[in-house]
Write a protein that binds this ligand. Structure first.
Ligand code: FAD
Length: 623
């Protein structure tokens, strides 16, 4: 048969993990197959039509720094962009984009179809080909055998998926798609630790049935942020508003009255749901004292009337859903186009993975995305890229690579999953990273693009743009370091009003920029200004590296120290209960285990790297 059935890497699943995995492997030059249920759903957003947000945009920018697809697709599909935490420091600043789900899917599909070394095939994967304990290919629903050196599974919420609406439930991978049952059964026979998780989604609403005049409009930023380092504002489609409404006492009464038919509260659903993205019934129970919750009304796209009411994810029966939606201001006549639902699915204990995301029990088999117990497109995409890259490296006979916790949020994500496992859907937050000032969303390219280039992920075009940016930062820093402002000159007069004390002696532009309240734009033009102003991405880096130099240097020292002191001895008489900042759970575990060294402490489940940092600080104080 003249049909390609031998590959280097096979990726199963065309969601956010699978598409990044397949693109990454193919970019590295290995022959790659993306096998998925349905080519029409490549890059489909199963839930909210948004990319980014706090902690998550850091991952998107890291994917982008390694030449992945998510950020560029977002720039092509984003219909509302905002910078979150814009008044806070750069470490926790985040970009969020409301995406047109049709444009997003189209952008991902275009990248996949134009990617050299990548073959697409639509069919369900039903089994693995295993030879001498190693994954060497897959078998599809119609019995086609595809062989490869490595296989990446990114099956999302589909393994053994059960959809719940009220007390009714049925098999499904997400609404409108079949579950993956055959593969789930085969995988359950392997020696992996498997459990069940649950996630949910709200009903969708027809915008023509909504009175927006009763809601508060929420526009995007005036100066639209850009997601990709290679993107620009001209890629953005038309920008539109979101809206805000609220639940009220009546909404809560309706929910409480329907609780006896809630699959979550009647014990029908066993899987644990995402703590940070609770269903509306969960919120009513957990925050019983609150009489209102905010609901963001988000358009699903420019060419559809469908709206996503963010904040009312639910698996209550349909009649309760309809009443609760119609109890909110502006929604009195709302027409539901799709009911909300919850889905339960199999996930694998990520502690059975190596840092490369290869499974410990089966050589050549990699897992990425929701299958590893995470939730979110960004978490899935980041893992997908990593798994695809490492599957390609293995196929090339090369060593794997995973960023460390001090190099990337991706490093934090993988390390958290592997060392601690997860009992509930894991999502990223900036608080999970202990080196936040170094892991900013604005410098993901500086942290990762060079490594990406080394392993073959980064294209010539991106590499050239990156090198140019890096040189421009260096050149601009040098210019500002060597351009002097002298007292009693027009330049000094121009900047004095911004300063607490006027210039009394010669200052470089860089010194002036260090002063509180002084921005790059206040000083950059004062002396030896380049003919064409430097790009925003360049001036931003110059400003951050100057303003936060002290903190960044301190954090770099911490990282160095942490590496050196990995084997620091913990005194046998240490009273862990007296250490400030440790959670009670960690105190109790350390008190019981009494580890001999810091390294041993860090291996205890539940003792986070942040807790290890606190131990280190405590030891220093004791010394
Ligand atoms: P998916 O996007 O699920 O993609 C899996 C892909 O694998 C699909 O293309 C599927 O067709 C394919 N596939 C599966 N099995 C096979 C097989 N055997 N053969 C071939 N192809 C196969 N995330 C949030 O951040 N917040 C939320 O509130 C949220 N709510 C959600 C609610 C619901 C109902 C669902 C379904 C998901 C929700 N998510 C939410 C999660 C988000 O959709 C996922 O985290 C993300 O899509 C995971 O990406 P993935 O690539 O791992 O899997």
């Amino acid at each position: 048969m003249d049909f390609p059935t031998r590959f280097d890497v096979i990726v199963v699943g065309g969601g956010h993990a699978g598409t990044e995995a397949a693109l990454a492997a193919a970019r590295m030059g290995v022959k790659t197959l993306l096998l998925t249920h349905n080519i029409e759903t490549l890059g489909q957003m199963s839930c909210n039509p948004a990319i980014g947000g706090i902690g998550k945009s850091h991952l998107v920018k890291e994917i982008d720094a390694l030449d992945g697809a998510m950020a560029l697709a977002t720039d092509k599909a984003g219909i509302q962009f905002r910078t979150l935490n814009s008044r806070k420091g750069p470490a926790v600043r985040a970009t969020r984009a409301q995406a047109d789900r049709i444009l997003y899917k189209a952008a991902i599909r275009e990248m996949l179809e134009n990617q050299p070394n990548l073959w697409l095939f639509q069919q369900s994967c039903e089994d693995l080909i295993v030879e001498q304990g190693a994954a060497r290919g897959v078998i599809t629903q119609s019995g086609i055998q595809f062989r490869a050196k490595t296989v990446v599974l990114t099956t999302g919420t589909f393994l053994g998926g059960i959809i719940h609406v009220g007390m009714q439930n049925y098999s499904g991978g997400r609404a409108g798609d079949p579950a993956s049952l055959g593969l789930a059964e085969k995988l359950r026979a392997l020696p992996f630790r498997i459990d069940r998780l649950k996630t949910g989604t709200p009903p969708r609403i027809d915008a023509r049935s909504v009175d927006f005049s009763l809601m508060q409009a929420q526009p995007g930023d005036d100066i639209t942020p850009v997601m990709s380092y290679m993107g620009n504002r001209s890629l953005h489609p038309q920008q539109i508003n979101c809206f805000i409404t609220h639940t009220n006492e009546r909404t809560h009464d309706i929910i409480r009255a329907g609780m006896d038919r809630s699959p979550m509260y009647s014990g029908v659903i066993e899987g644990v749901g995402p703590r940070y993205c609770p269903s509306i019934e969960d919120k009513i129970v957990r925050f019983a004292d609150k009489d209102s919750h905010q609901v963001f009304i988000e358009p699903e796209g420019l060419t559809t009337h469908e709206l996503y009411p963010n904040g009312v994810s639910t698996s209550l029966p349909f009649d309760v859903q309809l009443d609760l939606i119609r109890s909110m201001k502006g929604m009195e006549n709302a027409h539901i186009t799709r009911p909300g639902y919850a889905i339960e699915y199999d996930y694998f204990n990520p502690q059975d993975l190596k840092y490369s995301l290869e499974t410990k029990h089966m050589e050549g088999l990699f897992f990425a995305g929701q299958i590893n117990g995470t939730t979110g497109y960004e978490e899935a995409g980041a893992q997908g890229l990593l798994a695809g890259m490492n599957a390609a490296l293995q196929a090339q006979g090369k060593d794997s690579w995973t960023p460390r916790r001090d190099e990337a949020y991706l490093g934090v994500l993988v390390d958290d999953l592997i060392t601690m496992g997860t009992k509930e859907p894991y999502r990223m937050f900036t608080s999970r990273a202990e080196y936040r000032l170094i892991l900013r969303e604005d410098n993901a390219d500086i942290r990762l693009t060079e490594k990406g280039r080394e392993v073959g992920l980064v294209s010539d075009e991106r590499w050239a743009a990156f090198c140019e940016k890096r040189e421009a930062i260096e050149k601009e820093t040098q210019r500002m370091k060597t351009s002097w402002i002298v007292p009693n000159t027009p330049e000094a007069e121009a900047i004095n009003p911004k300063l607490e004390t006027p210039i009394s002696h010669e200052y470089s532009l860089l010194d002036l920029l260090k002063r509180p309240g002084v921005e790059y734009s206040d000083v950059a033009h004062l002396k030896n200004a380049p003919e064409t102003p430097v790009a925003e991405q360049v001036s931003e880096q110059v400003q951050i590296s100057v303003k936060y130099a002290g903190y960044i240097a301190r954090q770099a020292d911490d990282i160095e120290r942490m590496r050196r002191q990995e084997n620091t001895v913990l005194p046998a008489d240490l009273d862990y209960t007296a250490i400030d900042g440790l959670s009670n759970e960690v105190k109790q575990k350390l008190q019981e285990a009494r580890p001999e060294s810091l390294a041993a402490a860090s291996r205890i489940q539940g003792v986070t790297p942040a807790a290890v940092s606190l131990l280190l600080v405590h030891l220093k104080k004791r010394a």
